[in-house]
Design a protein around this ligand. Sequence first.
Ligand code: FUB
Length: 341
Amino acid sequence: MAEENIEKIKFEEIDKFAISQPLVSHIYTADPSAHVFNGKIYIYPSHDIDSGIPFNDNGDHFGMEDYHVFSMDSINSQAIDNGVALHVDDVAWAEKQMWAPDAAHKNGKYYLYFPAKRSNGIFQIGVAVSDSPAGPFKPEKEAIKGSYSIDPAVFEDEDGKHYIYFGGIWGGQLQKYRDNKYDTDYEEPFGTNRALGPIVARLSDDMLEFDEEPKEIKILDENGKDLLASDNDRRFFEASWVHKYKGKYYFSYSTGDTHFICYAIGDSPYGPFVYQGIILNPVVGWTSHHSICRVDNDWYLFYHDSSLSKGITHLRSIKVTKINYLPDGSIETINPYSKEY
Ligand code: FUB
């Protein structure tokens, strides 16, 4: 049988065996950050397009230009496209690659946090403001001072303080920084060196700036030791997310080249976090990126895969499935397909 027929059958099967179907099918969407605002679910994804740039390890093929916000009345209802919420042409400091965003709410205003590359090829993180969770968002003139790398995720603690988490290695450029300083000579650590951690900073009262010097977060193994750079199945790669469950802080993230979404637990929004296990096994496509959101009394994993585009890594579709906590607070591993691939 010709190779492409085998591929076709595999993808038809994947649709059949996928535990959930795309929430959006008229455009490609990825990296879903979900929140409940005013009793409605809002999803802030990347808007994947075919930029014509071939796949490389730097992620240049992810050439996204704008964001659409999706809203859902309930977890089973249709995801409504609220149109373009922000376009790169309207962001004075940014040139291209509007990667994974997140949003937050404070005092009746909504804040969209997004990474993009400046014309010098360096990623920074920007913020844009709206009176509506669906946008449109008006960007600040400059990127957030002191910001770098990709994948911002904002967590609001019970005391009303907001923390922004960010960072991603390889195309996300985190390996070029140590102690918040950029140097082209810095590289990804390897072997028995400590893996790089994600970065956290408390946000200022007006939500537009860092309120403190960003700090690197420690992710530890079961013996309290730093995860090592060679531990590709567990070390941090990108896609930070924090949620709180029964008084504990859950830091979840993607392991990138090993394609897991996994999690670590801590007692403070700054960590340290102790590695616990896998939340989501690999999906179709190279990247995996998620958010975790409570809707009514249940918790949901918003994630993506490339099944709708038949495996094209940079054309992804957002999905949702329920999370199951065990009595000890651990999260049951989710297989995205009921058959192994
Ligand atoms: O969508 C572009 C990049 O792919 C994101 O920033 C990463 O987390 C990965 O999903």
